[in-house]
Design a protein around this ligand. Structure first.
Ligand SMILES: Cc1cn([C@H]2C[C@H](O)[C@@H](COP(=O)(O)OP(=O)(O)OP(=O)(O)O)O2)c(=O)[nH]c1=O
Length: 206
């Protein structure tokens, strides 16, 4: 599918993300960003910060940081995905022990996944409007045995994932139910992202 962007009326589209999943999800709806420029922020939650405001804060900060260093007319997309059990924010698993702790916590219960998306125009794109959405989904894991948890860890697709699993990976064999937005759980809610882009001057998506 080709990018429907019209050069005359659209600013550069910049994806402020290091996540290959977010690029692949945009590609799924026919959108190829002109540039990918990860924001690389400190993602430590503030003390007692709740999952929804945390996800929104990070998505906005990622988009703003990149918009501020982009002198061209540009519209920047930032996103953040947070896995939460109640008010508790689970970490992004960077090592096997963290992923194991997350999977033990998620086993046999329902949790929430919040993905925030922010679009932010650069100063040179005066026709742009900053806008945000937060999409909440819920995911229920079946009860996992220690053996199954180790098999999931061996598969390795927990790495860099919020909550230590990937819906698009081996964990799908244990996900009993999902409600909300599957693309949101994977990192970018496509319906809402398309809506945000349709609300801008530009022709990326019909
Ligand atoms: C729950 C879940 C998360 N994830 C991913 C989406 C995100 O990439 C990641 C959460 O971390 P994020 O901080 O949202 O994103 P990131 O660090 O990968 O990239 P950047 O901040 O540069 O945009 O977890 C999945 O791929 N599948 C899943 O099922």
């Amino acid at each position: 599918m080709t990018n429907a962007r019209s050069m005359e009326t659209s600013p550069l589209l910049v994806l402020a993300s290091a996540s290959p999943r977010r690029q692949a999800l945009l590609a799924q709806i026919g959108i190829t960003p002109d540039r990918v420029d990860p924001a690389d922020l400190d993602e430590t939650p503030h003390p007692r910060e709740l999952p929804r405001p945390y996800a929104l804060r990070l998505a906005i900060d990622k988009a703003r940081l990149v918009a501020a260093r982009t002198p061209e007319a540009a519209l920047v997309i930032g996103a953040d995905t947070v896995v939460a059990v109640g008010r508790r924010i689970l970490p992004k698993a960077e090592d096997r022990a963290t992923a194991r702790r997350c999977l033990n916590l998620l086993s046999g219960r329902r949790h929430h996944v919040l993905t925030a998306v922010a679009v932010e125009p650069s100063a040179a794109w005066t026709a742009g409007r900053a806008a945000t959405r937060v999409v909440e989904s819920h995911v229920t894991f079946s009860r996992l045995t220690d053996y199954q948890i180790e098999a999931l860890l061996d598969a390795g697709d927990w790495e860099g994932k919020a909550g230590g699993y990937a819906l698009q990976g081996h964990a799908a064999a244990f996900i009993r139910q999902i409600g909300g937005s599957a693309s949101g759980v994977i990192g970018l809610p496509l319906f809402e992202t398309a809506q945000l882009l349709r609300g801008q001057k530009g022709a990326w998506v019909r």
